[in-house]
Design a protein around this ligand. Structure first.
Ligand SMILES: [Zn+2]
Length: 839
């Protein structure tokens, strides 16, 4: 992947320098240090420093024997010893925030779910915990509602208008103007612009972005051009308007093509014409089901274990209503006049609870809060008819968040004591987690961007709901819902996180399809080589580091497997295999023990997979050195088995699932394809060895040459295409290896390329020789008597050797000597030539 280049719009640059928290702290403070610095900020226009400290965390206790595992806990921002609530210390409850299903999963999602899977597999398969893993699917959400409704209306419109009529063109022009007005307003543009003048306007105002758009249209690669948030959004809008303006000026003959080009301007416009429509629930569920399946397929491709239980919010509506009702009853929530319900942060804190336990320094950040509330919330709800004038018209405080949203026309809704509505985003996790796992949970996880407000709001709702039900005393006397909060680091591209709203995302499928070395295993190796809670930067170096790790492990497995197969065959043939135990073996054994200890310590240290990955390749190098000096495989096999076990725990083997159901039949041939093929391959290979030996012993004869050619073809083409490699050896049978066919083909092509290169060089040399020969012959045709008859000289003797130069000067003796020598040489050549002519 080429290194992406960031193209920032002027707007974003201005925005960046205007971030008040960084600017007020002076230019030396880095953005990433923001929260730490704020915690020590004593006064000013912020809330008091005390409110920004994380509250005390209560450490769970247990008398059960536990591994010395510590986990970095966002609730304390340090590594805490892991103690499950279960008395036996075996059972672990875990809730993970799942996807909002309205679009394709991108690499940022892959980062989150694959990394979560790595941690989950280590806890389950290395530490041996029995994990109940619950993950939700957000299938009721503002983004889903908008996307589904607009798509539905557009399909309807296309069916009613199968041809591009003047009416359709006129409607599209209106849609175009509405879209342009929205964009240009934000851009302080010239609102008299129409489709025919758009290109001139856009080129004047946004030259670099338009240049990029033209480049894309011309089919040139812009993969390296990476835009920041504002620039990429603007580029998307300009592109939409540009393409639609062209379609409006010269409508394509196909209606399908016209609608395809203009869909982005038509979607919001048609939606705005249908304000008071109501829809069947299927309109919304069709979209979310499609993307949920799509997500599950991607996760299976990435070898992510499925959750124990998936909870969909659409299947937990009554539970959501009951949960919200209890919060209202307890005085922690209040309905507003429009039929929405909000969480009352002031009441919650007045009761002795701490709000925003995870990121107290972010409370009050309106952009984060607005993002969590969704595009269809805001104060628009207050325009609904009020049912009770004694209720507040809108939420009491900016920081309060929606638990239940009154649904407007065109939005899905369910019955509730407050009228038709739907659950807010944060409440669903509290409800479904509580339903399945109860009021005290060991682990909750999600991407780091969910920490505030989503997770902080989940904690507030749940601790308000469950308060008084705790089985343990806590530091602040209030309920502690989650003991360990784990947040996965982001995938970053040049410092900005990859996300849908940033439009810098690459879908999981696209990334895997376009090759360039990205495979599910390669992605997982990249994530394992980075810490789970740290951000990962997509750079070329990251991929090559992962590739070299994979190659080292692959080579090791392939070699050991080939040698073991050979040894097994020898054993079966009655050969006695010696197993010496010398200093070599003692040293290697010590190395294995110490690597095991270090890897255990690394995994206990909050799943330090980068160190674990390094330890594995270090052990492989040591073992490779050992293998170069002995044929003893006993310890090598032990090491290979252990490395296989650890890489399988890390989820690096997509095909050896520890999660399959059932066992294979006793009668059926057991083992994998390699084991089944091996006896036949061995037979074929040993037959080839004999034929080849025969060919070599009589390499002059034509039939022997033909035999050797057939042996090469079997090795280089037929078996290579089947994923089998034969390494010919001087003093032994060929070593049989299973290597991916693509790899062998690539090696063959490389070999052929080199051979062709050699052949070409040879041919060039031959042509050069021929040319020299031809020149020599031409030269030989010259009679020595005439050879010096040129303007360079003025007098010659009878043999044609010059005596005076062109100025009439006598030539020197030495010169004369040299000329005579050349004359004699030419005479010899000439005579030889004459002889061949006479023949
Ligand atoms: Zn959640």
């Amino acid at each position: 992947m080429p290194l992406p280049r960031i193209l920032a719009s002027a707007a974003t640059t201005a925005l960046r320098t205007a971030i008040p928290t960084t600017r007020s702290l002076g230019p030396t403070v880095l953005f990433t240090q923001r929260h730490q610095t704020l915690r020590h900020c004593s006064s000013g226009n912020m809330a008091t420093a005390q409110r920004r400290e994380q509250p005390p965390w209560t450490r769970p206790e247990s008398s059960a024997p536990l591994p010395p595992l510590s986990i970095y806990n966002t609730l304390t921002r340090q590594k805490d010893p892991f103690v499950p609530l279960d008395k036996s210390g075996k059972k672990v409850t875990w809730y993970c925030c799942g996807p909002t299903v309205y679009d394709a999963a991108h690499l940022g999602h892959a980062r989150n779910y694959v990394t979560t899977d790595i941690v989950r597999r280590i806890m389950r398969d290395y530490f041996g915990f029995n994990i109940t893993f619950v993950q939700n699917v957000t299938d009721v959400d503002d983004k889903i509602i908008l996307r589904a409704r607009q798509q539905h209306l557009f399909e309807e419109y296309k069916a009613a208008n199968p041809k591009i009529t003047p009416e359709v063109l006129s409607a599209t022009e209106k849609a175009w103007t509405a879209y342009f007005t929205k964009i240009a307003k934000a851009d302080e543009g010239d609102l008299t612009t129409v489709p025919s003048t758009f290109e001139a306007w856009a080129t004047r105002k946004h030259e670099p972005l338009m240049a990029l758009i033209h480049k894309e249209l011309a089919g040139e690669s812009v993969e390296g051009e990476l835009l920041d948030e504002d620039a990429s959004k603007l580029k998307m809008h300009l592109n939409t308007l540009f393409m639609a303006s062209k379609a409006l000026q010269t409508p394509p003959t196909s209606a399908e093509e016209f609608y395809g080009t203009c869909s982005s301007v038509l979607l919001p416009y048609i939606d705005s014409l249908n304000k008071d429509r109501t829809y069947e629930p299927a309109v919304f569920s069709k979209l979310s089901r499609y993307w949920e399946n799509h997500f599950n397929e991607d996760m299976a491709t990435l070898n992510v274990l499925p959750p124990t239980t998936v909870t969909r919010v659409s299947e937990f509506i009554p539970e959501n209503v009951a949960f919200v009702q209890k919060l209202v009853d307890r005085g922690y929530a209040y309905p507003t006049a429009d039929g929405s319900v909000y969480f009352d942060i002031a009441a919650y804190e007045a009761a002795g609870h701490h709000y925003a336990k995870l990121q107290p320094w972010n409370r009050g950040d309106q952009s984060l809060i607005a993002d969590g509330e969704g595009a269809l919330t805001s104060d628009k709800a207050s325009t609904l008819p009020t049912s009770d004038s004694s209720l507040p018209a809108k939420k009491k405080a900016d920081q309060d968040f929606a638990l239940w949203k009154a649904s407007k026309a065109g939005e899905p809704s369910w019955e509730s004591p407050w009228g038709q509505g739907r659950p807010g985003w944060h409440i669903e996790c509290s409800v479904m987690c509580s339903e399945v796992l109860g009021g005290e949970i060991d682990i909750h996880s999600g991407g780091i961007d969910l920490a505030f407000p989503h997770h902080d709001n989940e904690i507030a709702q749940s601790e308000a709901y469950w308060d008084g039900c705790a089985s343990h005393a806590t530091a602040d006397g209030r309920h502690q819902w989650i003991n360990y909060f784990l947040h996965m680091g982001h995938l970053k591209i040049h410092g900005s996180k990859m996300s849908k709203s940033l439009k810098n995302f690459v879908s999981v499928r696209k990334a895997l399809e376009r090759g360039g070395g990205w495979t599910p295993r390669m992605l997982r190796i990249v994530f394992l080589q980075g810490g789970w809670k740290d951000g990962i930067e997509v750079r070329e170096g990251v991929l090559s580091a992962a590739k070299s790790w994979e190659t080292a492990v692959n080579k090791f497995f392939t070699n050991v497997k080939a040698l073991v197969t050979e040894e097994t065959a020898a054993q079966a043939a009655g050969t006695h295999i010696p197993q010496p135990w010398t200093k070599l073996e003692a040293d290697l054994s010590k190395e294995l023990d110490s690597t095991r200890e270090k890897l255990d310590a690394a995994l206990c240290d909050s799943f330090n997979t980068p160190l674990a990955m390094q330890l594995l390749v270090d052990l492989i190098s040591t073992t490779n050195i050992y293998m170069s000096s002995t044929t003893n495989l006993a310890l090598v096999k032990e090491i290979a088995r252990w490395i296989t076990r650890i890489t399988t725990i890390f989820g690096l083997d997509n095909n050896s699932s520890p999660d399959r159901i059932g066992w294979t039949s006793e009668e059926s041939s057991t083992g994998n394809a390699e084991e089944i093929a091996m006896p036949y391959l061995r037979l074929l290979s040993s037959f080839r060895d004999s034929v080849r030996a025969l060919g070599i012993s009589d390499s002059k004869s034509d039939s022997a040459k033909e035999l050797l050619r057939l042996c090469d073809k079997l090795r280089d083409i037929d078996l290579a295409d089947l994923g089998v490699s034969l390494d010919d050896r001087d003093s032994a049978n060929a070593l049989i290896k299973f290597v991916p066919a693509e790899e062998l083909r690539a090696a063959r092509e490389e070999k052929e390329r080199k051979a062709a290169e050699r052949e070409q060089k040879k041919e060039e040399a031959r042509l050069k020789r021929e040319e020299e020969e031809r020149k020599k012959q031409e030269q030989a045709k010259v009679d020595p008597v005439t050879m010096f008859r040129t303007e360079e000289w003025s007098e010659w003797d009878e043999q044609g050797i010059p005596t005076k130069d062109k100025e009439g000067e006598e030539i020197t003796k030495s010169r004369k000597k040299a000329l005579t020598k050349a004359w004699e040489q030419q005479k010899k050549k000439f005579e030889a030539y004459q002889k061949t002519v006479q023949k």
